[in-house]
Write a protein that binds this ligand. Structure first.
Ligand code: NAD
Length: 270
């Protein structure tokens, strides 16, 4: 290949879900920017603004907007600002999830109605709501990406209602892919292995989950936000031009494993 144009040159993307430098969204933003993308960011609340602005600045972006996905006017104003400044959008990254951490331990059976609805609203419906607003800005096509976890497919300790929300999110990826495929808008998810982030710290026994994955994943390590970023680059760029409706695992292969590796240390040593 002789074409040396960076993969994301001329592409503009909205990154939602950076809380700090450990966020998966930041891993995606860094590599997209390094490959030439122009980025806008959202933050949820003033405390996170102080974290997000310097990160955006470090990759040359001053396009930083407040957004709480359960507050529809704030969502609308993000897309109005993008329309005004850019006129169009090439990709969207949704790396947003929330559940009451009191319900990310113990049994799923105890899930309250209020937290069920809140978890599904923030962690699942928000992706659809954002897609509704992104699509009119993508007349020539685009790429919409969300983040999932294998707790959507199988039971993981303490993941509880978040697993149910991720299952619904993965299903919504498939429905959206069908709705939008004819417009050359692709919709995909990355199912990432466990990573120590702010959101993950709310999950009970997360250290145990990390160790278990490290010992039992085929690659004998956990993924990084850079690993996830590289796979996202493929799905957001034209490298993924024929891929939609996909839930792509970036988990060092953990999803193919059926039981504890015989050479994995006894979990009691963790
Ligand atoms: P993180 O804490 O860095 O990011 C979560 C983000 O969600 C934060 O920026 C937070 O502000 C945002 N958010 C929560 N409620 C919101 C709301 N109402 N409005 C707007 N933003 C809101 O953690 P992360 O691990 O990088 O999470 C990003 C995504 O990756 C989530 O969907 C998470 O479920 C998913 N994921 C994480 C892991 C992991 O182990 N860390 C594994 C697989 C998937």
């Amino acid at each position: 290949m002789t074409d040396q144009t960076p993969l994301m040159t001329g592409k503009r993307g909205l990154i939602m879900g950076v809380a700090n430098e450990r966020s998966i969204a930041w891993g995606i933003a860094k590599i997209a920017a390094a490959h030439g993308a122009e980025l806008a960011f959202t933050f949820q609340g003033e405390a996170l603004e102080k974290r997000v602005r310097p990160l955006a600045d470090s990759i040359g972006s001053d396009f930083v907007l407040p957004c709480d996905v359960v507050d529809e006017p704030s969502v609308d104003s993000v897309f109005a600002a993008i329309r005004e400044r850019w006129g169009s959008l090439d990709f969207l990254v949704h790396a947003i999830a929330y559940s009451d951490k009191e319900e990310l331990k113990g049994r799923y059976l105890e899930t309250t109605r209020a937290n069920f609805l809140r978890t599904l609203d923030v962690s699942c419906y928000s992706f659809t709501a954002l897609c509704q607003r992104a699509v009119p800005l993508m007349p020539k096509g685009g790429s919409l990406l969300t983040l999932s976890y294998s707790g959507a497919e199988r039971v993981m300790p303490h993941y509880n209602v978040m697993g149910v929300a991720k299952a619904a999110l993965e299903s919504s990826v498939r429905y959206l892919a069908v709705d939008l495929g004819r417009d050359n808008i692709r919709v995909n998810a990355i199912s990432a292995g466990p990573i120590k982030t702010l959101a993950a710290s709310g999950i009970g026994d997360f250290r145990y989950i990390l160790k278990w994955n490290e010992y039992n994943a085929p690659m004998k390590r956990n993924v990084t936000i850079e690993d996830v970023g590289k796979a996202a680059l493929y799905l957001l760029s034209d490298l993924g031009s024929g891929v939609t409706g996909e839930v792509h695992h970036v988990d060092c292969g953990y999803h193919v494993v059926g039981m504890k590796a015989v050479d994995a240390p006894d979990i009691s040593t963790v």
